[in-house]
Design a protein around this ligand. Structure first.
Ligand SMILES: Cc1ncc(COP(=O)(O)O)c(C=O)c1O
Length: 388
């Protein structure tokens, strides 16, 4: 009997995640310097924990909420979308989801028919590629222009349009490159989408982690794009809530019933205790978000200083956002990034993520996370300086 006995072609075609493989291998290494996971290592802020604890004590969390999420929470989300994203949202245009991930999956399921083509930047967040594959869609990967800090190649997007093109899906700031796509480029993408009747699905998980002169722009704020855009957001990355599994999406009212049809079989609703935690996050002080942003900016600068000292091993583009960067490996053995990362882990005890995990154009690179402590970054780079 083969391993893939009775497994759907949709799932069988997907390769195992190199990210999880590195996490698994890292657990076997004692005192590992860990730069391979894109999740905040900080604890959930106290006022958010208290919001959740009160909701449990008051007996509010034992049943399902409305499928779209608590009305009170959606009202707060609508205020946030206006304040921070310049999007005029009605509560009826919002669905609270199990992380940004479930919102993206539901959106993609609602939009994509088998064989439909979805345009993605490359490299990109590998989960997006898998979500398209699970919907039996066809990912069309458009290489980003690395030398210009991983910007979109707009002409290549135009050339990639076919009668089967259905959607464009991207994250900005980007995982893995940390690029914040500029308003100009996103307006150009919007024009392409409008001209070709495409849906734009965005993942804005890192919207608050923006450095220097970069600005986060939500394509959903363009008035003409109200109908064709589905924007997804999260609380986890912004408020250290990864384990609570909560995010939300905004879409035109006409799309919401269709996306809801996909959301229900995945989730019914988002865990209610997490919805109360998110409510406390939105109603309470936003200082924690600024605190995290400043920390990540400092850690990015520190990582760049270390990389400058290893300039015969890596070249890099300075990320304008997120807490991730994507250096190119200059050594010949870097052409096989998975082997390179495994060896670095085994021999130098530094855990990184191979670039190939983010699509074919990620090969020859590795992803480094700087959502860690200063000590962790110093430890990893002191080991690498010794090793190379
Ligand atoms: C670009 C991007 N989107 C979404 C997520 C996950 O978001 P959530 O935890 O809200 O599902 C991640 C996590 O690494 C990410 O990098």
């Amino acid at each position: 009997m083969q391993d893939d006995w009775r497994i759907s072609d949709r799932v069988a075609q997907m390769k195992k995640s190199a990210i999880h493989e590195m996490t698994r291998l890292s657990k076997k290494v004692e005192d590992v310097a860990f730069l391979s996971w894109a999740k905040p290592t900080s604890d959930t802020p106290e006022h958010i924990k208290q919001g959740a604890i009160s909701s449990i004590r008051e007996g509010k969390v034992g049943g399902y909420s409305e499928t779209a999420g608590l009305l009170e929470l959606r009202k707060e989300i609508a205020k946030k979308l206006k304040r921070d994203n310049n999007i005029d949202a009605k509560v009826s245009e919002i669905i609270v989801t199990v992380g940004a991930i479930e919102g993206l999956s539901a959106a993609i399921m609602a939009i994509i028919d088998p064989g439909d083509e979805v345009i993605l930047p490359s490299p990109t967040y590998s989960t997006h590629i898998r979500q398209v594959l699970i919907a039996s869609g066809k990912p069309v990967l458009i290489p980003l222009i690395e030398d210009e800090n991983y910007i979109w190649d707009i002409d290549a997007v135009k050339k990639a349009i076919t009668p089967r093109s259905k959607a464009i899906l991207y994250c900005s700031p980007s995982n893995p490159t940390g690029t914040v796509f500029s308003e100009n480029q996103l307006r150009e993408l919007a024009e392409i989408a409008l001209k070709n009747n495409l849906v734009v699905i965005t993942d804005e998980a890192y919207e608050y982690f923006i450095f220097d002169e970069a600005c986060h722009f939500s394509i959903g704020s363009i008035p003409d794009m109200k109908r064709p855009v589905i924007c997804t957001y999260t609380f986890p990355q912004t408020c250290a809530l990864t384990g609570w599994r909560i995010g939300y999406l905004h879409a035109d009212e006409s799309l919401i019933p269709q996306i809801t049809k996909a959301h229900i079989p995945f989730a019914i609703c988002t865990p209610v205790v997490s919805q109360y935690a998110a409510l406390a996050a939105l109603k309470g002080s936003q200082d924690c978000v600024e605190g995290f942003r400043k920390h990540y900016c400092d850690m990015r600068n520190l990582m760049c200083e270390h990389l400058d000292r290893l300039d015969s091993v890596f070249s890099y583009q300075k990320p304008g956002g997120s807490y991730l960067m994507f250096p190119k490996i200059l050594l010949p053995e870097g052409q096989d990034s998975l082997t390179f990362c495994r060896k670095l882990l085994r021999e130098a005890h530094v855990s990184t993520t191979p670039g190939i995990a983010f699509g074919p154009h990620g090969e020859g690179h590795l992803r480094l996370s700087f959502c860690v402590s200063e000590e962790m970054i110093n430890k990893a780079f002191h080991r690498m300086e010794k090793y190379f």
